[in-house]
Design a protein around this ligand. Structure first.
Ligand SMILES: Nc1ncnc2c1ncn2[C@@H]1O[C@H](COP(=O)(O)OP(=O)(O)O)[C@@H](O)[C@H]1O
Ligand SMILES: [Mg+2]
Length: 236
């Protein structure tokens, strides 16, 4: 079973005086959907960016199956870990299908013909086959969120990192999106940064609760949400 281990990780931005992540220790087994929870400013996105290798830890390390992610080649790393940003970054001048085809052809060296076939299969499997020939401006926010995930899944990573995936969705679309994510869970480990506790409760199996850059609790999501929604102690 693949596993990500975050060991004694601290991160301080080059221009920052204080670390924004301190002594983070977590183990993420890939059979889970993991919610990274916490208030705005608690360090969630910074932690996700360390996992995505966009930021190198100031101290400590992140291990993927026992190997420091800093030592893996770009190709090897991207085969394991994909990212969907808060801004989805779909290419506006390409159709949905073309958005899905680009990375497998450019990064994995797939033939365009095969990449197109697999992209269509992926869209069908994710129940958005009818969107293949539309442009990003012609689909809704919820559909764009699914397309961004389909595009990341086209590279067949084992982990997919999502930053605030519901921030642009209304409550009903969020609920549908959550059901949809749960259906994909057997193929992939989602690690989802969110401040949306009902969504986390619906989707995640495990939770990590950050506060002021430290892990305050980690474990089954229902327990973590209890702690995350409790008022912070006075003066803390
Ligand atoms: N590029 C940056 N440079 C300096 N400080 C940053 C930068 N990005 C975020 N921070 C600071 O790091 C802390 C954690 O931010 P972030 O990880 O974005 O939190 P969250 O995603 O939980 O809202 C905040 O205090 C924020 O102001
Ligand atoms: Mg954030």
């Amino acid at each position: 079973m693949p596993v990500i281990e975050i060991r004694d990780l601290s991160y301080r931005y080059p221009d920052g005086e204080e670390p924004v992540l301190r002594d983070v220790n977590v183990r993420i087994a890939s059979e889970h959907i993991v919610g990274i929870l916490g208030q705005s400013g608690s360090g969630k996105t910074t932690l996700l960016n360390c996992l995505a290798r966009f930021l190198a830890p100031t101290a400590g390390a992140i291990l993927l199956d026992g190997r420091d992610i800093g030592s893996l080649s770009e190709r090897e790393y991207r085969r394991n870990v994909g990212v969907v940003f808060q801004r989805l970054n779909l290419f506006p001048h390409m159709t949905v299908l073309e958005n899905l085809v680009l990375a497998p052809v450019k990064s994995l060296g797939a033939s365009p013909r095969r990449a197109r076939r697999e992209a269509r299969e992926m869209l069908e499997r994710l129940s958005i086959g009818e969107l293949a020939d539309r442009y990003p401006s012609q689909i809704s926010g919820g559909q764009a969120q699914r397309v961004a995930i389909a595009r990341a899944l086209a590279l067949q990573p084992r982990y997919l990192l999502l930053d605030e995936p519901t921030s642009a969705l209304d409550a009903q679309t969020t609920g549908e999106f959550g059901v949809w994510l749960r259906e994909l869970r057997h193929d992939i480990c989602f690690i989802i940064v969110t401040h949306d506790l009902p969504f986390a409760e619906q989707v995640a199996t495990q939770g990590i609760f950050l506060s002021e850059g430290r892990v305050r609790a980690a474990g089954p999501v229902a327990e973590i949400i209890d702690q995350a929604s409790a008022p912070s102690p006075a003066g803390a």
